[in-house]
Ligand binder design. Structure first.
Ligand code: ADP
Ligand code: DP6
Length: 338
């Protein structure tokens, strides 16, 4: 039976924003990071991916937002499908149709939602039934941050220490509805450049050249512990202060990479400054900024503080769109088997 059932499957997954960043791998093939990381899976944004294994196909086909894709993004999908074919002892080529309802390759983690959805859809279509942990380990091989998008809400990706990666996986630490007042105001920055280098590559030049990298690795475990406690206790001030500290550490190792990595635009920097000013004025942290490897900026705050904060943020020129986003669900199958 197994091989006939489930030739086609559709999955959805949301991207995630890291409050503690993954930046550097000790094993690039198995995508084993140097440090654990912690993120929030985002609602509202999503990838939807359908995979069908079809005996008539002579090569894997990949379309994204309706357009056929060739080159490196397709090669990455094919390599991922090869792993799934190996695991399921299949040889058929696949048709992969995917859509992102947010910008691809601009720092909003399309690779995270993209590979979490692909991992779910490809394994279901191949007749595999991975546990959530195994699915997170599979997704990790497509994109490290995708390991976290398998789960909803607040998620930690444990770096582990084993060479085979058996103890390297993501796990949920709190559900999406755990902290209803917490929100992420996302600035989609106008003229955000399309990334030409995947984060997975860029981070390796930081490991090789940034003099601050060793100190960052020493600091991260303390930040993860503080954030875990802050999330558990819904302690917003600690969450905001720690998130800013971590984002600044990430940016600093990017800036001291040779050649320097600068993902922000002038607009992004104005948003960081506005959040700092709001916190200074309040005399305590009422919001946090963070960004991944791109120009868009996430501003975390609580519902009660939003209207005052918006008076500052809405004045900033160069933001194409502000969106309020809440923690969202993990990777899930949509539609029945076909
Ligand atoms: P981002 O910040 O969007 O994650 P990256 O440059 O790190 O930017 O990753 C973008 C890459 O992720 C794309 O070039 C493509 O290879 C891959 N990707 C994005 N969306 C999908 C998708 N829906 N399915 C498969 N791969 C995807
Ligand atoms: C800065 O795992 O998304 O967003 O697979 O090349 O896209 P690619 O790398 P990815 O790198 C994430 C880097 C980060 C921090 C994070 O999400 O933890």
């Amino acid at each position: 039976m197994g091989k006939v059932v489930g030739r086609s499957a559709t999955y959805e997954a949301g991207p995630n924003i890291a409050l503690v960043k993954y930046w550097g791998v000790r094993d690039p093939t198995l995508v084993l990071p140097y440090n654990s990381s912690l993120s929030v899976t985002l609602g509202r944004f999503r990838t939807r991916t359908t995979v069908s294994f079809e005996p008539v196909l002579v090569r894997d086909e990949f379309t994204l937002n309706g357009a056929p894709i060739e080159g490196t993004p397709r090669d990455d999908v094919v390599r991922f499908l090869d792993r799934v074919r190996n695991l399921s002892h299949r040889s058929e080529r696949a048709r992969v149709r995917s859509s992102n309802n947010f910008p691809t390759a601009s720092g909003l983690a399309s690779s995270a939602s993209g590979f979490a959805a692909l991992a779910g859809a490809a394994s279901a279509a191949a007749g595999l039934r991975p546990t959530p942990r195994a699915l997170s380990q599979l997704a990790r091989l497509g994109s490290g941050s995708a390991s976290r998008s398998v789960f909803g809400g607040f998620v930690e990706w444990r770096a582990g220490s084993r060479a085979d990666g058996a103890d390297c996986y993501a796990a949920p630490i709190a559900s999406a509805d755990h902290w209803p007042e917490l929100l992420d105001r996302v600035a989609m920055v106008r003229d955000a450049p399309v990334k030409t280098t995947r984060s997975a590559l860029a981070m390796q030049s930081t490991v090789a050249s940034s003099r601050g990298y060793a100190q960052r690795l020493a600091d991260v475990p303390g930040r993860i512990a503080r954030l875990e406690r802050a999330i558990r206790d819904r302690d917003a001030e600690t969450l905001f202060a720690t998130t800013i500290e971590e984002c600044d550490s990430f940016r600093s190792v990017c800036e001291t990479t040779d050649p320097p990595l600068d993902y922000l635009t002038a607009t992004s920097r104005s948003i960081l400054a506005a959040v700092r000013a709001a916190n200074d004025e309040a005399g305590r942290p009422v919001a946090a900024y963070t960004h991944d490897a791109g120009a868009h900026v996430h501003v975390f705050t609580l519902d009660g503080a939003l209207s005052k904060l918006r008076k500052r943020l809405d004045r900033i020129a160069g933001v194409e769109r502000w969106l309020t986003v809440r923690p969202g669900a993990g990777a899930r199958r949509v539609g029945g088997p076909t």
